[in-house]
Design a protein around this ligand. Structure first.
Ligand SMILES: O=c1ccn([C@@H]2O[C@H](COP(=O)(O)O)[C@@H](O)[C@H]2O)c(=O)[nH]1
Length: 285
């Protein structure tokens, strides 16, 4: 299996730079005329995959909205992962796990080992128990050609309290995580991969970060739409790193449903806006 970085690079070239989130909020289920139960969840999530799976580079189911329906919800999540892969999208499971290293191995077995029905193409993790606590996930993902996205500068307004803090080494906490990710991608880039398999999460809402975002891997940028971020904001946040950015939106796209063509059109609009931004940035450079 080619590395996640290689596969994502090819998917972004073929389908554009966009990640559609699958976040079955109770309010969205209601808006789609569905009940807030496991059957409604299944209908919602499978409709989203049918509408978007053949169009977007990356689909990002948010695990929490499946877990809130208990074991039946997790079974739906397993089905979503399988169906999204079959439709040709890469799947990023948004679970933001972070724990001591020995427990991280169990999370790695769950999310990064193809023997598990919850194995996606990539998974989100939180490094705030220390970057090296993520080692089991990083190593297991690498063995199986999977990817990992590490939280760096999140899109929520509470993030800076932790992420902008200065460490004893003089870097910010976020800058420290970015440096770890840069180091984690160095060997893959030296071996000729166009993109490393370890990405970071940097919100589209953060404004200019003052950090070096050239980490060699993909930059997931949630916060477009419902959280107030725009495609135009990406130029300010990412600057020269724009070609590595995968903007993400969930409610902004899902709110257009449940009609398949309306969901697809909402995603395609963002993909085209991002393509236009990249074109304008390339001629200014
Ligand atoms: O910094 C972060 C990291 C992850 N997220 C997740 O992305 C989606 C955003 O949903 P919207 O409806 O587009 O606001 C959601 O699953 C978050 O958990 C994030 O928003 N910010």
């Amino acid at each position: 299996m080619a590395s996640f970085g290689r596969r994502l690079h090819a998917a972004m070239a073929a389908r554009g730079q966009f990640c559609a989130g699958i976040d079955p909020h109770p309010g969205l289920l209601t808006a789609w005329g569905l009940d807030d139960d496991a059957a409604g969840l299944e209908r919602f999530a499978r409709t989203a995959v049918e509408a978007l799976g053949e169009t977007v580079a990356l689909l990002k189911p948010q695990s929490a909205f499946f877990e809130r329906h208990g074991s039946r919800g997790v079974a739906v999540l397993e089905r979503v992962i399988a169906d999204a892969k079959a439709a040709g999208a890469l799947v990023l499971l948004d679970v933001k796990r972070g724990d001591i290293g020995s427990t991280m191995q169990a999370y790695a077995d769950a999310y990064c080992d193809p023997a598990s029905p919850l194995c996606a193409d990539a998974v989100t993790v939180s490094p705030y128990l220390g970057f090296e606590s993520l080692r089991p996930v990083l190593d297991t993902a690498a063995v199986h050609g999977n990817g990992v996205f590490v939280l760096a500068l999140t899109s929520n307004p509470e993030g800076p309290e932790v992420q902008h803090a200065t460490t004893a080494g003089g870097r910010t906490v976020a800058g420290t995580m970015l440096a770890h990710v840069r180091a984690a991608n160095a060997a893959a880039l030296a071996a000729g991969d166009p993109l490393g398999s370890v990405g970071v999460v940097v919100g589209a809402t953060t404004g200019a970060t003052g950090e070096d975002l050239a980490v060699g891997g993909p930059l997931l940028a949630p916060g477009i739409g419902a959280q107030g971020g725009t495609v135009e904001d990406l130029a300010t946040v990412f600057g020269a790193a724009l070609p590595q950015v995968v903007p993400a939106a969930s409610r902004e796209v899902l709110g257009a449903g449940p009609a398949l063509d309306a969901l697809r059109a909402a995603a395609v609009r963002t993909i085209e806006d991002v393509r236009d931004l990249l074109f304008r940035a390339s001629i200014q450079a």
